[in-house]
Design a binder for this molecule. Structure first.
Ligand code: HAM
Length: 432
């Protein structure tokens, strides 16, 4: 007997029933981000491994432990993208975008890959919708992207999501913070894991996002990055907060939040949900400013800021609600006798051409089983087609909500379905 094959661990199939929620979320993102002037980009799912090593950082968990890296047949080291910021920056440089416009706003959506320990809300292939803005160093740009996430979450109807905000300083003030952090960590070296011993030397900030509880406890009591900000970084951070307040976006300052990627300077933020459905995978989106990344990848000296939201997590939250997603058929055509099957088939095709969502069972079968299927499909109307309807050209449209019968002529079916759907929607609107 041949063994059945299953999807790769941590990688999920998305099927009808659930995909409608995904489509809703992605559609909303496209529409909303478009309103903010962000244009869509699509970059390859595979990049040179060096791109992520040089941007996300060698010492991060993402690059150090979680990347799907392989050699292609030409011996190049490639990696499945674990995130979208580095590929976007690569594309920005490669297409000399700065020569074409001083301010660029891009968004993207698609799968990312990280070999992580799996649990609810944490997968090895997961989906992000993200945005990046290049060319503005102004606090208003930071707040614009946070506003975009806040409006996105609000439009999805998601509540109880806290915006956590921090500043990591820049090349002028971060060295002093680093030095203090290393001094503190050295004093607690016994309590840190082996990885953090190394991180302390190579990249001390990464100790702060070590997943080991003991390291987290030590990190939680370490020096406060905000106390080390230089004047320009402090002014930037203050202005970000003023502007968030002006937009009535609530936030909490969280000086312990450093994010798990190396490229950030100044503002970093995370949107954290408190719904139990996500467990500890509660961060639904995160981002920040990365003013040095484009230059460090060989591009021009361009400041940038962006974010990414985890679609899987947003969908998990939406599944908890009662809202129904996706459109049901407008009409189900059932046949009363096998002789009507071909006419019904042709009619279904014609109505679909006229823009209706039509369900029809190509297998025929008993009228009872077809009516059952119609019920299950959630169709708004059902039309039973038999010899009498075929010969007279007249039929009855059954409104599934109340079982009432509406006389219609087959030649004007599309218009009748539309007209009666509209009155039904209006009546429902009046009733609520
Ligand atoms: P990130 O925080 O690594 O940031 O990921 C952003 C979001 O992706 C997370 O908040 C989470 O919702 C989702 N996510 C991450 N890993 C997983 C996973 N294994 N399973 C499910 N969801 C996950 C970035 O990726 C940055 N590129 C964001 C950014 C854009 N910063 C500036 N611009």
């Amino acid at each position: 007997m041949s063994q059945t094959l299953a999807a790769v661990k941590g990688m999920n199939d998305l099927l009808p029933g659930e995909i409608e929620i995904w489509q809703h979320v992605e559609g909303l993102a496209r529409e909303l981000f478009g309103r903010f002037g962000y244009g869509e980009i699509r970059t390859p799912m595979v990049e040179d491994t060096a791109l992520f090593v040089r941007s996300v950082g060698e010492e991060t968990d993402i690059v150090g432990k979680e990347m799907y890296t392989f050699d292609d047949k030409g011996g190049r080291s490639l990696s499945l993208r674990p995130e979208g910021t580095a590929p976007a920056a690569r594309a920005y440089i490669e297409h000399s975008i700065l020569n074409q416009e001083p301010l660029t706003r891009w968004f993207y959506t698609g799968p990312m890959f990280r070999y992580e320990r799996m649990k609810t809300g944490r997968y090895r292939q997961f989906y992000q919708v993200g945005a990046e803005a290049y060319g503005s160093k102004e606090p208003a740009q930071d707040v614009e992207v946070m506003d975009m996430v806040a409006q996105f979450l609000q439009a999805l109807g998601l509540q109880d999501i806290a915006l956590n905000l921090n500043s990591l300083g820049d090349e002028a003030c971060r060295p002093a913070y680093h030095a203090k952090l290393v001094e503190y960590l050295k004093a607690h070296i016994e309590e840190l894991c082996g990885d953090c011993h190394r991180r302390m030397e190579t990249n001390p900030l990464r100790v702060l996002d070590c997943k080991n509880p003991k390291c987290q406890e030590v990190a939680g009591k370490g020096p406060n990055v905000l106390e080390f900000l230089c004047e320009p970084c402090k002014a930037h951070f203050d202005d970000v907060q003023r502007k968030l307040t002006a937009l009535e976006i609530k936030y909490v300052v969280n000086p312990r939040m450093v994010r798990g990627l190396d490229y950030y300077t100044r503002t970093v933020f995370e949107f954290i949900a408190s719904h139990p459905a996500l467990g500890t995978a509660s961060t639904v989106g995160g981002g920040g400013r990365y003013d040095k990344l484009v230059k460090s990848l060989g591009g021009p000296d361009v400041p940038a800021v962006g974010f990414a939201c985890g679609l899987d997590r947003l969908v998990l939250l939406l599944k908890e609600g009662t809202r129904k997603f996706g459109a049901s058929p407008d009409l189900f055509i059932a046949v009363a006798d096998p002789g009507s099957q071909d006419t019904a088939f042709t009619l279904a095709s014609k109505l679909r051409r006229e823009g209706l969502r039509v369900d029809f069972d190509t297998r025929g079968g008993s009228l009872k089983s077809q009516m059952k299927r119609s019920d299950k499909s959630g169709a708004r109307f059902t039309l039973v087609l038999g010899e009498q309807e075929r010969t007279s050209g007249e039929a009855k449209l059954k409104r599934m909500a109340d079982g009432s019968l509406i006389p219609v002529s087959l030649s004007g079916l599309a218009a009748a379905v539309r007209e009666h759907s509209a009155t039904e929607v209006a009546q429902r609107g009046n009733a609520t």
